[in-house]
Design a protein around this ligand. Structure first.
Ligand SMILES: [Zn+2]
Ligand SMILES: [Zn+2]
Length: 288
């Protein structure tokens, strides 16, 4: 199966001529987007890259079968010529061989003498488990072929990890926001949450759970690059206030509201009662 990706030519342009006529191929960049699940598991995939490859008919020499490139007579293979201009000697790129130092009298029909042809090549790419958004994977020598025997460039794969609809990633840890019904939060209970490996995990909610409480599932987070370790998963609980109440449900809640704790029993809403008594104190201090 093939990954979504888009291809962009030419990171570094072909340059540094080594032996006469040879130049290194350009580096290539390939943008690949993967899911968070793929980043967790790692995967092998294939990509198709349109690129310049060495012409098979002339083995990259640019000369037709049976012939060979010959040393340029104008510059004696130096690729540069000198011209006298007044008192000065100026060095220029040889106009006959365009600086390659070689001339091809009988160019290869397939590549027109460049030694390279455009072709789409298929490459196998291994995405390691635990890969992070923005990771760059280098495939040495898989860039553009060099011309006339020059070395090939490299291919760089830029990995982007797509946002997940459930999990937020924080390095090796995962966060998931889970709304729980008010009654479950008050009475305690258990909920099921999805895990990144596609399974379910049971989480016990203790009595009196509040919005903002966090539960940790050890070792249920992301995999870590080049390691057997795993991060943790954090469940961020949000208590949901009931809506769309029936008459009966409304009655029950009113009854609950009217039920005051007996003497010596703790209040059911310590947070809000504590808050409002502090507000009352504040107002009293202001009137003094
Ligand atoms: Zn020349
Ligand atoms: Zn050729």
């Amino acid at each position: 199966d093939e990954m979504f990706g888009d291809f962009m030519g030419g990171g570094r342009q072909a340059g540094n001529r080594g032996r006469a006529g040879a130049s290194r191929g350009a580096d290539l960049r390939y943008n690949m987007q993967i899911s968070l699940e793929d980043a967790f598991q790692g995967r092998e995939t294939q990509i198709r890259v349109p690129t310049a490859v060495t012409c098979e008919d002339c083995n990259g020499s640019g000369a037709s079968k049976g012939s060979h490139p010959t040393t340029c007579g104008m510059c004696q293979g130096r690729g540069k010529v000198r011209a006298q201009q007044g008192f000065f000697t100026i060095e220029r790129t040889c106009p006959t061989c365009n600086g390659t130092g070689q001339v091809i009298e009988d160019p290869c029909q397939t590549c027109g003498g460049s030694g390279r042809v455009q072709k789409e090549k298929t490459l196998k790419v291994t995405i390691p488990a635990g890969v992070e958004d923005g990771t760059r994977i280098r495939l040495a020598g898989e860039g553009e072929a060099g011309s006339r025997g020059g070395g090939a460039g490299d291919l760089y794969i830029f990995v982007a990890v797509a946002p997940h609809r459930m999990f937020q990633r924080d390095a090796a840890d995962l966060h998931i926001r889970v709304p729980i019904p008010m009654a479950t939060a008050a009475l305690g209970g258990s909920i099921e949450v999805p895990t990144i490996e596609g399974k379910r995990a049971k989480v016990t909610i203790p009595k009196g759970a509040q919005s903002g409480h966090q539960f940790r599932l050890r070792g249920k987070g992301m995999s870590v690059l080049r390691s057997q370790a795993r991060g943790d998963m954090y469940i961020d609980v949000v208590v949901e206030t009931p809506v769309n109440l029936s008459k009966r449900q409304e009655e029950l809640l009113r009854e609950f509201q009217g039920e005051k704790p007996a003497k010596g029993e703790s209040t059911t809403s310590p947070e809000s009662e504590g808050f409002f008594s502090r507000v009352k104190e504040l107002w009293e201090d202001l009137t003094d």
